[in-house]
Design a protein around this ligand. Structure first.
Ligand code: GLA
Length: 382
C-alpha cells in the first residue's frame, strides 16, 4: 500500500486540499482453480499487499475524480452518475461502481477523489476488481449505507459484467474484500461460503514473475466462458463441474473441438483443487508443485489462454532445483506466473529465470514476492 504521506501529497497536488478518508482495496493472487469461478467451482485466491487507493476530500456540488497514474481528471454531477451516459476506458469502472452504488440507495456525496495504485499494470493482479471495490466501499461509507461484504463483491462483479463488459466470475472481487493476512481462502463460488487457510510452508515461498505481456481479458475471456457454457448445456448432465470426463467424451460429437478441450480442462481442474488443498495441508509441496504445473499445461493446451512468454517462464523453470512448480495465473493472455520456490536457492532461481527470459525475449521479467494481506478497508487521514 502506498504510504499515507505520499497519498496526502498526491491529493493535495491535484486538488489543493487535504483528504479526509482513504479507501484501499487490494489486488489478488490465485493459487489454483482458474476459469472455474463462473462455473460455480472452488478457487484458492488471496489478497496481496498492493492495491488501489482512493483519497477523498469533501466539498463542491459535483465529483472531481483524478486517475493520478494516468494523469487524467474528470468531473461528474449527480445526474450524470445516475442517468449516464456511461463513459469508456478507466472511467467505466469508476462510473459503473458509482452508478450501481447510487442505484442501491447510497446518496451522492460531492467532493474530490484521487485514485492511485501500486499494483503493476497489466500483470493480472486484478486492479479492475480492486478499483470497483475501492469505489463502492468509499461511496457506501460516505453515505452511511450498509452493504454486506458479500453484496459488495456481487455489486463489484456486476459493474464489471454490465458496465465494463467482461463476463468475469466473482473470485477477484470476493478476494479483494475478504482477504486476511498470511491466509488464502477456499471459496465455493456457487454458495460464496469460504474457508481460510494459513499459508505456512516452511522453507518455501510464492513468487510472481511478470511475463511483461500486458494482460487484457475482454472478448477473449468472454469467448472462453461462452464455450464452457455451451459445453455445459450440450453435456446436459447438470453443472459442468459435476460432470465426468466420460460425459464430455460422449458429448464431443455435438461440440466443437475447442469446447470439448475446454470442458475437459474445467473438469480436470476441479479434481486438482481437492488434491492441491490436501497436498498443502500435509506439506507435500512436491505434489502441490506438480499440480500447479498440470494446471499450467491445461490452461495452455486445453483452455488455450496462455502465451509463448508464460509457457517459456514455466518451461525454463522446470530444470531448476529450487522450483517446486508454477503456472500462469488469472484469466490469461499475459500477466504473471505464480511459482512455489524453495527459499534456500531462491536467488539462484531468480537469476536463472531472468537470464533465460532475457535470452529469449530480450527483456527482464519483473519479480514480485507475494505477501498475503488483509482485504479492503478504509482509514481516516485527518
Ligand atoms: C479473471 C476473472 C475471474 C476468473 C479468472 C480466471 O481474473 O476476473 O473471475 O474467472 O480470470 O480464473
Amino acid at each position: 500500500m502506498i504510504a499515507s504521506r505520499d497519498l496526502l501529497q498526491l491529493h493535495q497536488s491535484w486538488h489543493q486540499n487535504i483528504p479526509a478518508l482513504h479507501s484501499f482495496a487490494p489486488g489478488r493472487i490465485n493459487l489454483l482453480g482458474e476459469h472455474v469461478d463462473y462455473l460455480g467451482g472452488h478457487v484458492l485466491p488471496a489478497a496481496i499487499d498492493k492495491g488501489i487507493s482512493i483519497t477523498f476530500s469533501p466539498g463542491g456540488d459535483r465529483l472531481s475524480v483524478v486517475a493520478a497514474d494516468l494523469n487524467k481528471k474528470t468531473e461528474w454531477t449527480e445526474s450524470q452518475i445516475r442517468s449516464g451516459p456511461a463513459p469508456a476506458s478507466w472511467q467505466a469502472y469508476v462510473w459503473g461502481a458509482l452508478h450501481e452504488s447510487l442505484a442501491h440507495g447510497a446518496s451522492f456525496v460531492p467532493g474530490q477523489w484521487t485514485i492511485s495504485s501500486d499494483l503493476p499494470t497489466g500483470a493480472g493482479l486484478s486492479s479492475s476488481a480492486a478499483l470497483e471495490v475501492a469505489v463502492i466501499q468509499l461511496v457506501m461509507n460516505l453515505s452511511g449505507t450498509h452493504l454486506s461484504s458479500k453484496d459488495m463483491a456481487l455489486m463489484a462483479q456486476k459493474v464489471e459484467n454490465l458496465h465494463v463488459g467482461t463476463q468475469c466470475g466473482i473470485m477477484d472481487q470476493f478476494a479483494s474484500i475478504h482477504g486476511q493476512e498470511d491466509s488464502f481462502m477456499e471459496l465455493d463460488c456457487s454458495s460464496l461460503n469460504y474457508k481460510l487457510y494459513k499459508a505456512d510452508h516452511p522453507g518455501a515461498c510464492w513468487i510472481l514473475i511478470n511475463s511483461m505481456i500486458s494482460h487484457e481479458l475482454g472478448d477473449n475471456y468472454n469467448r472462453i466462458r461462452h464455450d464452457l457454457e455451451v459445453a455445459e448445456k450440450t453435456i446436459n448432465g447438470g453443472p459442468l463441474i459435476q460432470c465426468s470426463l466420460e460425459q464430455v467424451t460422449a458429448a464431443s460429437q455435438q461440440m466443437s473441438a475447442a469446447q470439448t478441450e475446454r470442458a475437459t480442462y474445467a473438469i480436470s481442474e476441479v479434481c486438482r483443487i481437492k488434491e492441491f488443498i490436501e497436498a498443502l495441508k500435509t506439506q507435500n509441496l512436491e505434489k502441490a508443485g506438480k499440480l500447479l504445473c498440470s494446471t499450467h499445461w491445461g490452461l495452455s493446451k486445453q483452455l488455450k489462454v496462455s502465451t509463448p512468454e508464460l509457457d517459456h517462464l514455466v518451461r525454463s523453470s522446470e530444470d531448476h532445483p529450487a522450483w517446486l512448480g508454477g503456472r500462469m495465473m488469472g484469466g490469461g493472455f499475459g500477466g504473471c506466473t505464480i511459482n512455489l520456490v524453495t527459499e534456500d536457492k531462491l536467488e539462484d532461481y531468480l537469476h536463472h529465470i531472468r537470464g533465460k527470459f532475457a535470452e529469449r525475449f530480450d527483456i527482464q521479467p519483473d519479480v514480485y514476492p507475494v505477501k498475503l494481506s488483509r482485504g479492503a478497508h478504509l482509514r481516516r487521514l485527518d
